[in-house]
Write a protein that binds this ligand. Structure first.
Ligand code: C5P
Length: 235
């Protein structure tokens, strides 16, 4: 694990407006979790909310999955870094020049955000992948795109807990693995299908766990986070 004394749980703020997101953050401690702001909340509440969440002391993973021509993606990454985010992501399938441009634009900042790649969306099955022109199995594509991300200097990838062990072996300790699809023992699955417990995901090599509804939809989100952290400590 690269040096990072910060929290390993990233709470997904999947809300349709800033008010419920801020109400949740009132009940969480930035020393115990980081947070993820994705496309829905960002599109509704915008950069002002990102800056506000950063000002509350939370480290923010801005999950906007940029995918465009190199110059546009590099400029968007710089804009995200200006908001003060801790981590952001791009699609590895944007290609080598796009990934390098994004990385280079962030280099030289005193507080550079971590730059993570999305490999293959887990919603795509083998048939859909073939339909959009990808050869090989989803797993082969994940590995190839993760290799491209590492080769272009990115800090890691988003991956499922099931992919984590293989990627950890292949790409080493310093390549950050961020895993959604995490459910504490006994929690509702929601629409997730292939899940792992926090302990299983960490044992497989994940550095950071993205967890949404088990915390955000809990009657007592702080208690739910506490239980998850205890489960991690025990593992
Ligand atoms: O509520 P839940 O814990 O399922 O939330 C998981 C979060 O991780 C959501 O923001 C979801 O969009 C994101 N995610 C995912 N699976 C992926 C990539 C991202 O669940 N493969």
């Amino acid at each position: 694990m690269p040096q990072d004394p910060g929290p390993r749980v990233i709470v997904a703020l999947d809300f349709p407006a800033s008010d419920p997101a801020l109400r949740l953050l009132d009940r969480l401690d930035p020393r115990r979790c980081r947070v993820k702001i994705g496309k829905e909340l960002f599109t509704r509440a915008g950069p002002a909310l990102v800056e506000r969440v950063c000002a509350l002391g939370f480290e923010v993973f801005l999950d906007l999955k940029y995918h465009d021509i190199p110059n546009t993606v590099a400029a968007a990454c710089a804009a995200a870094a200006d908001l003060g985010v801790w981590m952001l992501n791009v699609h590895a399938s944007g290609g080598r020049r796009m990934l390098s441009a994004a990385r280079e634009r962030l280099d030289g900042r005193s507080q550079r955000p971590l730059l993570i790649a999305v490999t293959v969306l887990t919603s795509l099955d083998a048939d859909e992948l073939e339909e959009i022109g990808f050869r090989g199995t989803p797993a082969e594509n994940v590995e190839r795109l993760a290799g491209l991300a590492q080769d272009t200097g990115l800090d890691g990838v988003v991956c499922s807990p099931r992919e984590a062990a293989g990627l950890r072996r292949r790409f080493g300790e310093d390549f950050r693995l961020v895993t959604p699809g995490v459910r504490p023992a006994g929690a509702a699955m929601g629409d997730q299908r292939r899940v792992a417990t926090p302990a299983e995901a960490l044992a497989a090599g994940a550095h950071y766990l993205v967890i949404g509804r088990p915390i955000t939809a809990a009657p007592d989100p702080a208690a739910s986070l506490r239980h998850i952290l205890e489960e991690i400590e025990r593992s």
